[in-house]
Design a protein around this ligand. Structure first.
Ligand code: MN
Length: 202
């Protein structure tokens, strides 16, 4: 039996239309994410690494084989990504997360601008993140399938919001228009999930 499994998607492939199209969602989930899970299992099966959790594998990303870093990161990142989006999402966070965003970035709009820049300027493939480092919110971006829980990350912490800016995440609908994809993605964010992840850290 495989150690890691593709998590069930909590909404239909068309749930995020028109901002993220059905075909992109279906291919992204059933092909890309599924391949990360399969390749991660293949990379650890029969090795010492089988005993470690996903978080433990990524915390030692500098020491594990590249296949574990890349596919383990892919599995972790996409598992988070699906949950922080929902049909009818968007708007702004409320409660303690909103307070923390305002305290850290001065306003939601300033945070949005900073995150958008991180996503837009990531050269090639990668992710933009809102993460918590020692109780403080920070924005970062990482290349490929790296993420803030990896020991190789420039800015380390626990991600609570992430945006996939690999071309496979948007090319079918947006082609080279990454900025348009990013702007529309704000309309599907599941802020309740992000707030829940935030409060589980503090
Ligand atoms: Mn992806």
């Amino acid at each position: 039996m495989s150690k890691f499994e593709l998590p069930k998607l909590q909404y239909g492939y068309d749930a995020l239309e028109p901002y993220i199209d059905k075909m992109t969602m279906e291919i992204h989930y059933t092909k890309h994410h599924n391949a990360y899970v399969t390749n991660l299992n293949n990379a650890i099966t029969g090795t010492e690494l089988e005993k470690l959790s996903l978080e433990e594998l990524l915390a030692t990303a500098s020491k594990v084989p590249a296949a574990v870093r890349n596919n383990g990161g892919g599995h972790y990142n996409h598992s988070l990504f699906w949950t922080i989006m929902k049909q009818g999402g968007g708007g702004k966070p409320s409660g303690k997360l909103a307070d923390a965003i305002n305290a850290t970035f001065t306003s939601f709009d300033e945070f949005k601008a900073k995150f958008t820049t991180a996503a837009a300027t990531r050269f090639g493939s990668g992710w933009a993140w809102l993460l918590v480092q020692n109780g403080k919110l920070m924005v970062s971006s990482t290349p490929n399938q790296d993420n803030p829980i990896m020991d190789v990350a420039e800015i380390k912490g626990t991600p609570i919001l992430g945006l996939d800016v690999w071309e496979h995440a948007y090319y079918l609908k947006y082609q080279n228009r990454r900025p348009e994809y990013i702007e529309n993605w704000w309309k599907v964010i599941n802020w309740e999930e992000v707030a829940s992840r935030f409060s589980s850290i503090k």
